[in-house]
Design a protein around this ligand. Structure first.
Ligand SMILES: NC(=O)c1ccc[n+]([C@@H]2O[C@H](COP(=O)([O-])OP(=O)(O)OC[C@H]3O[C@@H](n4cnc5c(N)ncnc54)[C@H](OP(=O)(O)O)[C@@H]3O)[C@@H](O)[C@H]2O)c1
Length: 328
């Protein structure tokens, strides 16, 4: 099967698409024929660099295949799989170091997938799991409720575009932070107000948000303190070491305001929540761009700019959509 992996070492590693063997399924896993996947910053921040340090040892260690998100069709199932049948259209992610979703076939635990939203193509569905689950779980960690006020920093990014829509679906009053070129996009997602961070120093303003959801992971509770109510919550997606240090520092200082972080996990029940929002028309993926598997290096390059508006989709395999849907 075709799969995206790496050649070279360290920061000089390059992405390549090469032939490798199909994965074997464990007793509680299914084999998914993958049509859609996506790029998340984790893919190049962690996986690509780790993979390039993994020696192949003459084929004993298999190539490290990129990608967490997948959408596709179940073509094989382990002996103990109870929730899925051959032909089911599914989406999900593993979040392990070897999810290996950017490949024509991927093995994944049945507890890490769910039925795919009916209204979406594989390309669209493949952009949802990691970023959509991060948004849902981040807002849940922040205990966001109907009628509360939330500030979403990074509202135009992969996680942010989902967070704005999910917060609206919860019934919150949503303000999104983005640069000037993404204002209309964020408004279009339903945000009640938009702050352009390129022209307004909103971090130094006083406000009364119940929750600040920092999807960029650039900031900290200390920096967002004046934006929050006395008992408000700051949630970050912790994108690196500095964010972890800020979390520790913010939680040592006694404060009624809380600083929390989300470390996304895949599970069927949260994927079902996302599907419900999508099928009810409250949530849709925003696509920054779509790349065939062979051009995955360009998709990674786009993600590395930090300027993607929405998700970067990977078309792993072309599908005659109608024909496939009709046959399942
Ligand atoms: N902990 C976890 O489980 C978890 C899960 C998912 C993601 N993450 C991390 O969360 C971060 C975001 O992920 P992502 O997929 O959303 O990334 P992304 O799609 O690459 O985010 C890009 C967006 O960030 C916005 N942005 C950049 N600087 C900004 C600023 N100063 N203020 C507001 N917005 C700004 C950009 O908007 P403009 O172009 O308009 O500036 C762009 O739309 C990454 O660090 C990722 O590693 C962590």
């Amino acid at each position: 099967m075709k799969a995206a992996t790496t050649q070279g070492f360290g920061f000089n590693s390059v992405l390549v698409v090469e032939d490798t063997s199909k994965p074997k399924v464990g007793p509680k896993e299914v084999l998914v024929e993958v049509y859609g996947s996506s790029v998340n910053p984790k893919d190049w921040k962690l996986n690509q660099n780790l993979s390039s340090f993994t020696p192949r040892l003459g084929g004993i260690i298999k190539p490290f295949i990129m990608g967490d998100d997948l959408a596709g069709v179940v073509v094989e199932k382990g002996a103990k799989v109870v929730g899925f049948e051959l032909g089911d259209r599914v989406y999900g992610m593993n979040m392990g170091l070897r999810t290996a979703a950017c490949a024509e076939y991927a093995a994944i635990g049945e507890h890490q997938i769910a039925a795919m939203p009916n209204s979406l193509s594989f390309i669209e569905a493949g952009t949802i799991p990691l970023a959509g689950l991060t948004a849902l779980q981040g807002l849940n960690i922040g205990k966001l409720k109907e009628g509360q006020k939330v500030l979403v920093i990074g509202a135009s990014g992969g996680v942010g575009t989902f967070a704005v829509q999910i917060a609206k679906a919860i019934g919150a009053e949503v303000t999104g932070v983005c640069s000037d070129r993404n204002i209309e996009l964020v408004k279009g997602l339903g945000a009640d107000a938009v702050i352009d961070y390129t022209s307004r120093d909103y971090l130094s303003e006083a406000a009364d948000y119940d929750l600040v959801f920092d999807t960029t992971s650039y900031f900290s509770l200390s920096l967002c303190e004046s934006l929050l109510k006395d008992d408000g919550i700051y949630v970050t997606t912790v994108g690196g070491g500095k964010a972890y240090l800020n979390l520790i520092k913010d939680n040592i200082i006694f404060n009624r305001q809380k600083s929390k972080f989300v470390l996304v996990k895949s599970n069927t029940s949260d994927l079902n929540v996302l599907r419900k929002y999508i099928d009810e028309g409250q949530l849709k993926p925003v696509l920054d761009g779509e790349y065939p598997l062979e051009e995955i290096h360009q998709a990674f390059a786009r993600s590395k700019t930090g300027r993607a508006a929405g998700k970067i989709a990977i078309q792993v395999k072309k599908v005659e959509q109608e024909a496939l849907v009709a046959s399942v």
